[in-house]
Design a protein around this ligand. Structure first.
Ligand code: GLC
Length: 446
């Protein structure tokens, strides 16, 4: 029994209801996504960029050692990967670097220097020679002009660097490698992380079973979100679906302020990502709680820096809140205490309820966007389709996949959903980069 006065319950219920994403709204969103994908592909105005990738599906027989670089978030990686055939991939060595908030707002050259220094450590440790291909996964929007030339578009995920926009990121990495005495190592392929997960899953499936179908869709659901898809004759494309703007049907006032008040990415950009991905879900919940503090006697926590500061509430906590099944909600209490607040049981119940609906809407939006792409590939959804997924939200939030599948059941029916092979491909980026670089080396030699 809740001891909450009726008015508080009404304010809370209203906030909860605002995050509902009914099947009819999702269906509208899926249709809009399909329409924008169709337009984006032929160069008509669309919030989906549908960028070329200049790669093709692997055969599964690619072999050899490949240097890899992965830059797409607070952590960057340089590594040496061995494609061993038969779908097997081994990480021979890896160097991880962490970028600070200052790095995210500084000069692009500095970031490339940090990465090049990490490549240098790998090259030295494993005596890598000059002929070794290098695959670079750059997980921000970029317009590829060749497999080894990618012009940076506006950054996402709160990054804002000087000296990057309009520049070729492969060229910038090559120059940094040269500054670190690695002029003999040359980037031979650049790709997005969505392409990496798609390619890795196809390599594994086909390497293990020559008759296996490749992955049709690569999906990332972590700090950011995005899809790549194999559009048949149009090739594998990076949709940059985080920028999809057809979200009006399920938008709340909280989403509107997240969009307007954050400087990077600029208002109007990355609308879908701002409602779906791990970078934003904690921030949405924080804004709901701050708002309810004004309307109810609950959540009077504004003195705690976590609630007073944008991005003070980390999305990781939401999975903790959701998973708490104890009567006293002790895990929610501990999480809030870590943020500097003591809570009542009622407040904890409300926080858990709100966290759940914010995440549930994210999962349902992901399903709608997937349906948009799937309908492009196969309007009747008659065939089998492979979706390869990676990312901390999909992998780390208990029940996220189940909620996506539940929404897919509602949108396309249980039978068609069953024909989707959705595979979680953990830590796909570096291994996927190796597959892409090996395919590029093969294409060059043809
Ligand atoms: C952002 C980037 C996109 C990337 C995604 C997942 O949406 O713009 O390129 O694929 O995050 O990392």
């Amino acid at each position: 029994m809740s001891a909450m006065p009726a008015t508080d319950e009404t304010a809370l219920a209203r906030a909860v209801a605002s995050f509902e994403a009914p099947a009819a709204a999702l269906d509208t969103i899926a249709r809009d996504f399909l329409g924008q994908l169709t337009r984006g592909l032929v160069g008509e105005p669309s919030s989906l960029k549908v960028l070329r990738t200049f790669t093709r599906q692997p055969t599964g027989r690619e072999r050899g050692r490949v240097l890899v670089v992965d830059w797409g978030g607070s952590k960057g990686r340089a590594g040496l990967v061995e494609l061993a055939g038969g779908g097997a991939v081994h990480m021979v060595g890896e160097e991880v670097v962490t970028f600070s908030d200052d790095d995210k707002r500084g000069a692009a050259d500095h970031v490339f220097d940090v990465i090049a220094a990490a490549v240098r450590r790998i090259v030295d440790a494993h005596a890598v020679d000059g002929g070794c291909p290098l695959g670079f996964v750059y997980s921000y929007p970029a317009r590829l002009e060749r497999i080894d030339r990618a012009v940076a578009l506006a950054l996402t995920k709160s990054w804002s660097l000087t000296g990057l926009d309009g520049k070729d990121v492969a060229g910038l990495l090559n120059e940094a490698l040269e500054r670190h005495g690695l002029g003999r190592i040359v980037v031979n392929a650049v790709a997005n992380d969505t392409v990496a997960v798609l390619m890795l899953q196809s390599y594994r499936a086909r390497g293990g079973d020559a008759g296996a179908g490749p992955a049709d869709i690569g999906l990332i659901l972590g700090t950011g979100t995005n899809q790549a898809a194999d559009l048949g004759s149009a090739g594998i494309r990076n949709l940059e679906s985080g920028n999809f703007d057809g979200v009006g049907a399920v938008e709340t006032p909280y989403d509107v302020t997240v969009d307007r008040e954050l400087a990077e990415p600029k208002p109007g950009a990355q609308r879908f990502e701002k409602m779906v991905s791990g970078h934003y879900l904690g921030e949405i919940l924080r804004r709901v709680l701050v708002d309810l503090a004004e309307a109810t006697p609950m959540f009077h926590w504004s003195d705690a820096p976590a609630f007073a500061t944008p991005f003070g509430l980390d999305t990781e906590l939401l999975s903790r809140f959701d998973a708490d099944r104890s009567t006293a909600l002790s895990s929610v209490a501990a999480g809030l205490r870590r943020l500097g607040v003591e809570s009542t049981l009622e407040e904890r119940r409300a926080v858990r309820r709100l966290a759940r609906v914010v995440v549930r809407r994210s999962a349902r939006l992901v399903a709608a966007a997937l349906v948009g792409t799937l309908r492009f590939l196969d309007p009747g959804l008659a065939g089998r389709h492979g979706v390869a997924v990676d990312g901390s939200l999909w992998g780390g939030y208990p029940g996220f996949e189940r909620q996506v599948r539940g929404a897919l059941d509602e949108l396309i029916g249980v039978e068609r959903t069953k024909r989707l092979e959705i595979t979680f491909v953990k830590d796909s980026t570096s291994a996927g980069a190796a597959v892409i670089a090996a395919v590029a080396a093969q294409q060059r030699s043809e």
